[in-house]
Design a protein around this ligand. Structure first.
Ligand code: HEC
Ligand code: HEC
Length: 259
């Protein structure tokens, strides 16, 4: 089965899963769509969450909702992408095979923010405050879909990622990626794909150089290997792409954003 077909099937499966989720948790999401932030969901309590809860309500609840359901007051003003619903959605920016983030993955996202999606970095927070936030977000997730989940194991990264060939990368891109991202990587004429909650959007424009999961070669390596859980973008295993081929793709993506 070729990769695109697999990806399309995965997309279809995700879409069906989405419908199932919406059906089975109908009251959770369908009503939530228009409802004010639902403070009636249980939230983590206990002394270990005191700091995280305080910082979360101060800096995050306006978008992610007081109970982490993604329905904060500012959620609708953000056209780019909806704030993550920690109670029902998977995390996307992961460094693991299982698709469940490590604590460091969460810390990294929270520290740097997601500027391209309007999420600010936590410049004023100390590292222990960022850790408290990560633990609080993880606790919210564990009170929802993350109930039985364990933090994933990070995959190994090759020692050098910046020695790829953009020319070879272009060929690989046309084989594995362009069906979704477009031949030129801008996704301009691309189809829209549903995310985990059925919300449609185009794949990222890879030529603008601002990635949601971070801009380093390492970040791109993880995105290609691990995919973006909760979206149609699959991870590519070592059987599909060798490490040196992933490096070629990274070189090609770098070239796209230079032009
Ligand atoms: C202005 C709105 C806004 C604020 C404030 C905000 N976020 Fe976000 N956050 C977002 C959006 C939008 C996304 C989804 C971006 C995407 O999917 O690319 C997101 C995604 C996330 C994710 C998911 C990362 C992943 O791997 O999927 C985490 C974790 C997160 N935010 C934590 C926080 C924390 C903690 C705070 C407070 C310190 C915070 N956010 C404040 C808008 C916001
Ligand atoms: C089935 C469709 C599909 C295929 C195949 C696909 N992608 Fe994606 N890709 C997406 C979608 C959709 C997004 C945006 C997800 C989101 O909104 O969070 C995305 C996002 C990305 C991002 C942005 C990550 C970030 O941090 O912002 C990168 C980089 C990327 N893809 C690279 C690739 C590469 C390289 C390939 C081929 C090896 C590939 N994609 C194959 C659909 C696809």
């Amino acid at each position: 089965m070729n990769t695109y077909l697999k990806a399309t099937l995965l997309g279809l499966a995700l879409f069906l899963a989405t419908i199932l989720v919406i059906e089975s948790s109908g009251t959770l999401w369908a009503n939530a769509e228009n409802a004010p932030p639902s403070t009636n969901l249980p939230i983590p309590t206990g002394p270990e969450f005191k700091l995280g809860a305080h910082l979360y309500q101060r800096d995050c609840a306006s978008c992610h909702g007081a109970a982490g359901d993604g329905l904060g007051a500012l959620a609708d003003t953000n056209d780019l992408l909806k704030p993550r619903n920690f109670r029902v959605e998977p995390f996307r920016f992961v460094s693991t095979k299982s698709g469940i983030p490590t604590r460091s993955d969460l810390i990294k996202t929270i520290q740097g923010g997601i500027p391209a999606a309007g999420m600010p970095p936590t410049l004023e927070c100390s590292s222990s405050e960022v850790e408290a936030l990560a633990d609080y977000v993880w606790a919210l997730y564990q009170m929802g879909v993350g109930k039985e989940k364990f933090a994933g194991e990070p995959i190994a990264i090759p020692s050098s990622l910046d020695n790829g060939s953009a020319i070879l990368g272009k060929e690989l891109f046309l084989t594995h990626c362009s069906a979704c991202h477009g031949k030129d990587g801008t996704a301009q004429n691309a189809a829209e794909f549903p995310d985990f909650l059925g919300r449609l959007s185009k794949p990222r424009d890879l030529s603008d150089g601002s990635f949601h999961g971070g801009n380093t070669d390492e970040d791109l390596y993880f995105r290609i290997r691990c995919g973006l859980p909760g979206t149609v973008m699959p991870g590519f295993s070592e059987e599909q792409l060798t490490d040196s081929q992933v490096c070629d793709l990274i070189a090609f993506i770098r070239e796209l954003s230079r032009n």
